[in-house]
Design a protein around this ligand. Structure first.
Ligand code: AMP
Length: 304
């Protein structure tokens, strides 16, 4: 089934205890697209970059099966830039710079050939842009998954709540769930957030795994304990790409299949964090992914 992805395509500068990068390719939609591509070959991107964005990066996305017809290039403007620095535990980071640049005036135009998409992934972006994109689709997709972050909670809470009310699945981290709901207990927070609209909620807990809520049902997937974590940037987006890519490829949105999708998303995220930026997402094999998923099964299965 076809997948439509909207989100940031960016320059990122990252600093972790293990090293530093200058401006490299990043952005929520970049990680989502590269990750989803391991499951569905029919992904379509809507995003915007400036004239400073290297053509090789666009080629890289195309070579990984992403349709870039919906990628706007604003020749006289600059690409969105984000910079972050991780603390020693790698679980927390400080955002050093967020320069919206082209994202500040982004008008998400949906090419007509994308209109029949079955699955929609709203990657991290201004919530108003996310809702505009939904409103521009002539047919509602079978499933709309949304990711967001505290940045938008701080500056656009009303827009954010309106967009959350339009989606089927919301994916956020534990800190964001607490900020959005005002509740410390994640169970209470989940109830409040699902009452805002999404029937399904994913709460990501970094190296402590992810929770999936739907009505009264809850599922938990651990994260894989790794010897080497190099750079957690994009882990959440990679997770989301694996989640929706798996659902789109199996075309099954039952809770049981979402449990599998959570594990596939977690497996891809565990690969992403082992190298800087998108590097490790570029050349995974089917066997690499199968082996990772089997490690999750071994880690989490037990008999009574
Ligand atoms: P994650 O580590 O999953 O939170 O995602 C990091 C990615 O999100 C980076 O590649 C950034 O370019 C992108 N990003 C950071 N802040 C924003 C923002 N305010 N809007 C859109 N994308 C963002």
């Amino acid at each position: 089934m076809s997948l439509l992805i909207v989100g940031s395509v960016a320059f990122d500068a990252i600093e972790t205890p293990f090293g530093k990068t200058d401006k490299i390719i990043g952005g929520a939609a970049t990680y989502i697209s590269l990750s989803a591509n391991y499951f569905t070959k029919k992904s379509n991107l809507v995003a915007v970059v400036g004239g400073d964005f290297p053509k090789e990066y666009i080629e890289l996305l195309r070579n990984h099966g992403v349709n870039t017809d919906g990628l706007q290039i604003k020749e006289t403007e600059k690409t969105f830039f984000w910079s972050g620095k991780y603390h020693n535990d790698l679980n927390t980071r400080d955002t050093l710079v967020t320069e919206l640049n082209v994202l500040g005036t982004f008008d998400p135009i949906v090419p007509s050939q994308y209109q029949s998409c079955d699955y929609l992934m709203l990657g991290n972006l201004a919530p108003k842009v996310q809702s505009t994109l939904i409103n521009r689709l002539t047919k509602r997709p079978k499933l709309i998954v949304m990711d967001t972050m505290n940045f938008w909670m701080d500056i656009a809470m009303d827009d954010l709540k309106e967009t959350i009310g339009m989606v089927d699945v919301l994916s956020i981290n534990d800190e964001e769930a607490r900020q959005l709901s005002g509740d410390y207990s994640l169970l209470k927070a989940a109830k409040k957030i699902m009452a805002m609209g999404p029937k399904t909620l994913i709460i990501k807990k970094g190296e402590h795994g992810a929770l999936l809520f739907q009505g009264d049902q809850v599922f938990f997937s651990p994260a894989l304990p790794l010897e080497e974590v190099f750079d957690p940037t994009g882990a959440g987006d990679t997770f989301a790409g694996g989640f929706i890519g798996y659902l789109a490829s199996t075309d099954d949105i039952s809770f049981e299949n979402m449990k599998r999708a959570i594990v596939y998303g977690s497996a891809l995220a565990s690969c992403c964090v082992e190298k800087f930026g998108t590097e490790n997402l570029l050349n995974l094999s089917e066997t690499d992914i199968k082996d990772r998923v089997n490690e999750f099964v071994k880690l989490a299965t037990f008999k009574l």
